[in-house]
Design a protein around this ligand. Structure first.
Ligand code: 5GP
Ligand code: ZN
Length: 114
């Protein structure tokens, strides 16, 4: 989608610090990390948020979560644990309207989130 920051990152038009890429998804480090490990996983296809997903997206979501687990093993946070978050809309705290999963680890997370 034109003028979408994460579509431009997915297309390589804006550089990112990549951890993983294939034809469907991209994982890259967050530019403003909130934990020792903080990366984002996005579908390359423009999806506005998790609210726009449907039953047909099951394989995409399985692929994303399997890759998150693999990347967290690589990042060394699989044993201590981590948090996966996707913000939706204004009250959810979503600032980039392209579906992304935050993966945070390397420190203890608080609950409830702010
Ligand atoms: P949201 O607030 O939508 O849940 O998360 C957006 C995330 O994208 C934020 O954590 C923010 O730091 C990150 N972000 C925004 N712009 C860029 C960018 O240009 N590059 C990277 N790597 N991350 C970005
Ligand atoms: Zn997009």
């Amino acid at each position: 989608m034109a003028d979408c920051l994460f579509c431009k990152i997915a297309a390589g038009e804006i550089p990112s610090n990549k951890l993983y890429e294939d034809e469907a998804i991209l994982a890259f480090h967050d530019i403003d990390p909130q934990a020792p490990v903080h990366f984002l996983v996005i579908p390359k296809r423009h999806v506005e948020s998790a609210a726009a997903l449907n039953e047909n997206d099951g394989p995409l979501l399985g692929h994303i979560y399997a890759k998150i687990a693999e990347l967290c093993r690589e990042q060394g946070v699989d044993k201590t644990g981590y948090r996966v978050v996707t913000n939706i809309g204004v009250h959810g705290g979503q600032s980039v309207p392209h579906l992304h999963f935050h993966v945070l680890g390397g420190r203890s997370m608080k609950w409830p989130p702010g």
